[in-house]
Structures are given as C-alpha cells and as structure tokens.
Design a binder for this molecule. Sequence first.
Ligand code: GLU
Length: 474
Amino acid sequence: MTSPSASMPEVVTRFAPSPTGFLHIGGARTALFNYLYAQRHNGKFLVRVEDTDRERSTEAAVQAIFDGLSWLGLFADDEPVFQHARADRHREVVNELLERGAAYRDFTSAEETGRLRDLAKAERRTFESPWRDRAPTVDDLTQAHVVRFRRPLPGQVVVEDEVQGTVSWANEDLDDLVLLRSDGAPTYNLAVVVDDHDMGVTHVIRGDDHLNNAARQSLIYDALGWTRPTFAHIPLIHGPDGAKLSKRHGAQAVHEYAEMGYLPEAMRNYLARLGWSHGDDELFSDAQAAEWFDLAGVGKAPARLDFDKLAHVNAHWIRLADDDRLAKLTLDVHLARGHALGPDDEVRLTRALPFIKDRAKTTLELADQTAFVLKPRPIAIEPKGRDLLAGEAGERIGRLRDRLALFESWDVFALEAELRVFAEEEAVGFGKIGPAARAALTGGSTSPDIAKTLAALGREESLGRLNDALQQTI
Ligand code: GLU
C-alpha cells in the first residue's frame, strides 16, 4: 500500500472489480479507461480486488479477473490491493468517524429496523434510526449493534462529475448508511472511500450504476476532512439491440472474446471507442489512445456493442500482426478443435499466414482458412474433387505435377510465373487448372490461389499431395 505523499504522481486511477467468476466486458472497458487516463497523465493505474464478499471471492474468481486483465495487457503499476485484508483499517476509520460525531452506534435489532423502514416507506419519508440522536448507556454498549454514518442534515451533496456534469442530492433523501455491520464487517461504501484515499486515488472512473454511491462516498470524504477524488461515471455498455447488456446477449466475459478469435489489441482499440471518441478515429494504436484519451470525449449515452465493427477492427489488427504470433494463435485454435499436431504443421501454417491474413476477421477464420495445410497425407478427396480430377483435367494435373517436380525455386512469385507458362503451354485459361489443382492439393478445402497454396505447403508436401491425388483418381 502506498500512502499519499508528495512523491505520488498527480493522477492515480484504479480498477476495483468485485470477483464474480470472470472479467465482464463492461469491467474491462472501465479498466481500460482508467489505464488510458493514467497513461495520458503519466500517472499510475492500480487494481483493487473488492473481495469483501467471502463466498463469491474464491481464488478462482480472483484469478479469472487477473487472467482477463493480463490477456488484455492492462497491467497495474503496483501490486494489487485486496480489500478484505484491510478490514482493520476500515474499522479504524469508523472509529475516527465515531469520534468526530459523524457516525453513531445503532442498537436497533434487524427485525425492528425492518419494521421502521417499512413504516417510513408507507409514510413516504426516509428511514431514520432512533439512535441517530440518542446516546447509548454503558449497558447498551455491550449489545450487538451496527455503526451508521450520520449524514449532515439539512444539506445537499453536489458532485461535479466529469461525465455526468453537476449532480446533486438532498441529504434528506439519502439514509444514514451502515458503515459497520453487527459482526464488525465494514460495508462497501466505507471500504471504497478508505481504500481510494489510502491508495492516493485521484480519479474514480467507473460505471454510472455507481453514481448514487458517489453521493454517499462524498459525504464520508467530507466528514473525514479528506479531499474527494474526481468522479467520472461512464454509461454502461448496451447490447446490439440497445438493451442493457445481459446474459441473453451472449459474450459477457472477456475470455469469451479471446475464444471467439479477437486479438487483445483489437479489443483495446474497440473498447476504447465504446463510449469514448476522438473525432472520427476508429482504428488507432495503444500509443495514440494513450495520447488522446480524455474524459471530455466520453459520451453520456450508453454505447452499444457492435460485432460488425469489432470484426472490422479485429481484421485490421490481424493484418498488422506478426505472422509467427498469428501462427501460434491459429495453431491453438486447431488444437482446441482437436487437431493432432504434425511435425511440419507450424512451419506450413506460418508460411500460409501472409497469404490469408488479409481475408480473416478472427483467428477462428484464420484456422478455417489454414485447415488445408494441416491435413495429413494422403488426404481424402471429396467426390466433387474427384469429378474435377476425372479425364482430361486429371491428365493435365499429371503434367503439372511432372513440371513442378523439375521446378526448384519454390517461392510464390516464381510459382505464379511457372503456372502462367504452364497454362499457356496447355493453351487453357487458368479456370481450367485452378479447381482441379486445388482439389488435388487440398482435397477440396478453401485455400488461397494455387501458387500461394503450393508455396504454403512447400515443395515436398505439394508434390506428395499431387501424387497421392493422381493415384486415387486415375
Ligand atoms: N467493486 C465495484 C464493482 O465491481 C466497483 C467499485 C468502484 O469502482 O468504486 O462494481
């Protein structure tokens, strides 16, 4: 834990997820905004795991958050803070609030509180604890109780939100929230304030479902004489149909996007644009995002997930990605699909990638389009392919095989030229060669044009496949 001091950077942001079993796409976007804002201002980006719900916060759930963040490349500048481990400090601050008269002990039983709350509701007034203005006796103090915040009355709390603008609440309408439960457990709003303060957080950027908490938290800051952070409450992400993102929209977890074949840099690019804009820029690098990101560019309206746009952004980043890296990712997809790896598969895959990466929107599509290189010999030729190889066309493939068997310089440009010469000699258009050659070389799978297919497969494999096909079909 870093305590605020003169050496702290001017901007400290944080991502404070509650572990729920996975990193939600909305959480990922919140993390990214905090990360970019810190980068933009040469500040620090911190992560705090809000693991006070001990039942949900299993080790696996916490790990899922870290895995999601590291897949996205959003690394914190310090070790993560675990909220649960700070309960003593939270209680210490509650004592300070009690000493300042800004909190009080409430001995009302849970049952009675429920009754009084219902009554207040029926009478359309805010629930007030009878202990707000009642001093406990020494005897009372031995009884179970909660500690409540004593909000200033009358009054109002005004939050200058960087996204929502000026928002105000009458203190009357908020209730005296519980700070410590009767078992001594600190509550969420208290813990957030104490942790953000102690971590030196200057900017709280989070979903606008927390806007009301900003009112409550601001009052706690004020009561402690602490400087409030700047708040920025960003609209939540909606599904393509405009409804709040929910299970029914599918893909909620970041790892699902990885499984759907999106690259982390594409997700960063796409998520940055989800609710934030910099002019008309759609495709930009991490460095540009870090240079441009500001809260003024965050819109007030909820952003909609748009899978076509995501695919477009992903296709862009696939084109720019390094072939070796793409080969590994594509290989992983093939392995996940149950393909047993042959000794030359990775080499062939890497050779194929430059020919197909311009046409794929996801790594799943890269896998679809590279399936032809991984087929073990002899590959089965589909009936349609057999038809293509029947008769004259098959004889021509035989002549092509003979010609290529004498051909040594196996690069794509030389192969293209050689195929052109071959077509001229045969006095046929390429349409008479391509489909039959593809049937022989791939068994009928999709593949790039023939010179590229030959180049990707390599000389020995290409000749072997042509021989196998000719033996099967002639
Ligand atoms: N733990 C809260 C959540 O996951 C966020 C709290 C905050 O950002 O202040 O929704």
